[in-house]
Design a protein around this ligand. Structure first.
Ligand code: DP6
Length: 362
């Protein structure tokens, strides 16, 4: 492990330290839940999300000459030689094949890849979204010697193209490439699905205050739960109404109507969890603390003390959506009533960036 890290640093000093991609997580307002085609990552429905700015994955690439990829995450080293079937290496293979079939010669480039999150993983802060967004963007940038998103676009990969490749690693990752409010449009076939910016971050400055109810990794992955959803008696009802709900959510965004959006957010999160709870293998992602905090949010709002609405991803943590201008005061209020809870104060952001390795931010 230490040796691989040394190699990483040595390569960097020889100019082979290539690129770092920084990708944010995103929080879905209308959830992607269920897949119509697992192989091609075609979702059961269209979804809509807000790209975050503070909860990010940073993934750096340095070339190596071992003939294999190496992936360092959480002080663990994986190699494509021993773990070919790991989802990271399967995705890298998919990207290599995609680039090769579009005429680029990259089959002999292998990388040592180091990745880290600024937030706890696997507990409902979309670590797979930021993780696969950074892995995809970083790999494309490293293969094309691009040190900025603009260069990557000149090399043939604009954000829309990158998003479509990233979603093959993890569906929600496709929505972490561009910033602001993003729609993943299901369309009529897997090939025609697309990921499109709906509204820029600067159009509406919303915050996502993430209240950590548990930082333990979830027992059932969303990938498995997407399959179980088809067994829920509630799922067909959900799918029959989802386009209408998506339309309302987009209207609420366009008119900056937080109350309308907020009511939808809560219904949508609870509906997704109801489907998970009643699937072919029932999955419960929330815990006692989640319920206590949700009840508190609703009670405080009724009393006129809180202008914020919650949503949940596939995990127990609460994402409290509010105007960014009110976020500081809301955080103070939470800290007062829930002093034990860890809080991440995040807000809408501008999407994935790439940097020359070593040239970043803190
Ligand atoms: C609850 O994107 O993690 O966060 O495509 O199998 O990797 P895979 O699933 P994933 O599912 C995310 C589900 C969700 C809702 C959402 O982000 O829309």
């Amino acid at each position: 492990m230490a040796e691989q890290l040394n190699d990483f640093i040595k390569n960097e000093s020889k100019g082979l330290g290539l690129v770092t991609a920084v990708s944010p997580a995103n929080i879905a307002f209308i959830k992607y839940w269920g897949k119509s085609d697992k192989q091609q990552q075609w979702p059961a429905n269209s979804s809509l999300s807000m790209t975050l700015s503070k909860s990010v994955t940073k993934t750096s690439f340095a070339m190596n000459n071992t003939g294999f990829d190496q992936f360092i995450f959480n002080n663990q080293l994986l190699t494509s030689k021993d773990q070919r079937d790991h989802k990271v290496f399967r995705h890298l293979q998919f990207l290599r094949d995609a680039m090769t079939s579009s005429g680029m010669e990259i089959s002999q480039k292998f990388f040592t890849i180091k990745s880290e999150n600024t937030f706890p993983m696997g507990c409902g802060i979309a670590s797979s979204a930021s993780g696969f967004a950074a892995l995809t963007t970083g790999f494309l940038a490293a293969c094309t010697d691009s040190y900025q998103m603009e260069q990557l676009e000149l090399a043939g990969f604009n954000r829309t193209t990158i998003a479509k490749l990233a979603l093959r690693g993890s569906g929600s990752a496709g929505r972490s490439i561009s910033g602001g409010y993003i729609e993943w449009v299901k369309s009529t076939s897997p090939e025609c699905q697309s990921i499109e910016p709906f509204m820029a971050a600067k159009e509406w400055d919303l915050s996502d205050i993430i209240i950590i109810a548990s930082d333990k990794e979830k027992a059932v992955s969303s990938t498995d739960a997407h399959q179980y959803a088809w067994g829920s008696p509630l799922f067909s009802m959900r799918l029959s109404q989802i386009d209408e709900k998506l339309k309302f959510a987009k209207e609420a965004l366009e008119t900056r109507d937080l109350q309308k959006l907020g009511l939808l957010l809560e219904q949508e999160a609870l509906e997704m969890h109801a489907v998970a709870l009643t699937g072919s293998t029932p999955v419960q992602y929330f815990n006692q603390k989640t319920i206590e905090i949700i009840s508190w949010i609703r009670a405080e709002r009724l009393k006129g003390n809180l202008n914020a609405w919650f949503t949940l991803d596939a995990g127990p943590n609460i994402h409290l959506i509010c105007k960014a201008s009110e976020s500081k005061n809301i955080v103070k209020k939470i800290q007062l009533d829930w002093p034990q809870q860890m809080i991440i104060e995040d807000r809408v952001g501008t999407g994935t960036q790439v940097y020359k390795y070593g040239e970043i931010y803190d």
